[in-house]
Design a protein around this ligand. Structure first.
Ligand code: NDP
Length: 317
């Protein structure tokens, strides 16, 4: 039986619909959550990511703005821009799009973001809160994976989860979130011995490695849930012919566009897995939805008192 498809697009829309109502309530109380995206230089992929994030803000009625310092900016100048955003009361969320140019010390820049406005959850204060399982802003992609699993009714407690990838942005924080949800978690990386064998022990297998179609059916225990975080651009026609041999519509699309976005999971895994996220249309939309959710959460945490006070005044009237 082919795998159940876990549509991130649908779940992302559900989350955004819930947020739209919450934002409306906040606006009635005089609070419009605001996000500032800092986009340094002219990396084309970063421009697309930031554009999509700003569009999502606009669609939900959030305030948003985009800062575009030149690629030649110094660490000190960028930190000064971030500090100016920290001081602005109407900005609840600050996003620094990565990667930053080589001459910029990314660690120092991320450290300069006010933890209360750190919508990506990368500041060490927020990382510490995640380790200790205390409330704080969580990194968007791992938070999106958890929402997708929860809303799809995939049990986590006592389940064996294997994550391939140990980055600070995806693998590591996701391991902590799954552990806090009482899964038994194994984290794999480029030095892991017998990767397919370890992956096959998983009830929930997460691929977050950035290697197109690397996870083939031999990595997957029949019936397992497979979450594909990877986003890779495929441009080699011969590789596309092989990969999409049994997926004529995707091959057709590749031929039309000359490239295709593919995940870390091979399309044939759909024959073995019990449930599978598509790529694209899986984890990506959830990342955006959680960015919006984090912006609202940050606004509530920073300006909740104002909202509560306004509600009390309304109640008395
Ligand atoms: P990184 O490059 O930071 O990390 C990749 C990880 O995968 C590393 O831990 C690396 O191991 C491991 N890895 C790489 N190759 C192998 C291999 N052959 N065998 C075993 N492990 C391997 O990537 P990110 O975590 O930032 O991103 C991962 C993927 O997810 C990318 O495709 C990225 O585009 C995508 N992504 C998608 C998002 C979304 O919204 N859907 C958001 C963020 C990322 P080691 O540590 O040993 O080097």
């Amino acid at each position: 039986m082919p795998a159940r498809i876990l549509s991130g697009t649908e779940i992302g829309q559900q989350i955004q619909a819930e947020l739209r109502q919450e934002i409306e309530t906040l606006k009635q109380a005089g609070v419009t959550p605001g996000l500032a995206a800092v986009l340094v230089g002219d990396n084309p992929a970063s421009h697309i990511y930031v554009r999509n994030k700003i569009r999502a803000c606009e669609a939900l009625g959030l305030y948003s703005e985009r800062l575009t310092p030149p690629a030649s900016i110094t660490t000190g100048e960028l930190i000064a821009e971030i500090e100016a955003l920290n001081r602005r009361p109407e900005i609840d969320a600050i996003l620094v799009q990565l990667p930053l140019p080589k001459q910029v010390d990314a660690q120092r820049v991320l450290l300069a973001v006010d933890p209360a406005k750190d919508v990506d959850g990368f500041h060490p204060i927020n990382v510490g809160a995640l380790v200790a399982n205390r409330p704080a802003l969580r990194p968007c992609t791992p938070a999106g994976v958890m929402e997708l699993l929860r809303r799809s009714g995939i049990p986590l407690e006592g389940q064996r989860a294997v994550i391939i990838g140990r980055s600070d942005i995806v693998g590591k924080p996701l391991a902590l979130l799954l552990m806090h949800a009482h899964a038994t978690v194994t984290v794999c990386h480029s030095r892991t011995r017998d990767l397919p064998g370890v992956a096959r022990t998983a009830d929930i297998l997460v691929a977050a490695m950035g290697r197109a179609a690397f996870v083939t059916p031999e990595f997957v225990r029949p019936g397992a849930t497979v979450i594909d975080v990877g986003i890779n651009r495929l441009e080699d026609p011969a590789a596309a012919e092989r990969l999409f041999a049994r997926h004529p519509e995707r091959l057709e699309e590749f031929r039309r566009k000359g490239s295709a976005l593919v995940g870390d999971v091979h399309p044939d895994v759909a024959d073995v897995a019990g449930a599978l996220t598509p790529a694209p249309g899986g984890v990506g939309p959830l990342t955006i939805a959680m960015l919006m959710a984090n912006t609202v959460q940050a606004a509530r945490a920073r300006r909740g008192q104002a909202v509560a006070a306004r509600a009390r005044v309304e109640a008395v009237r």
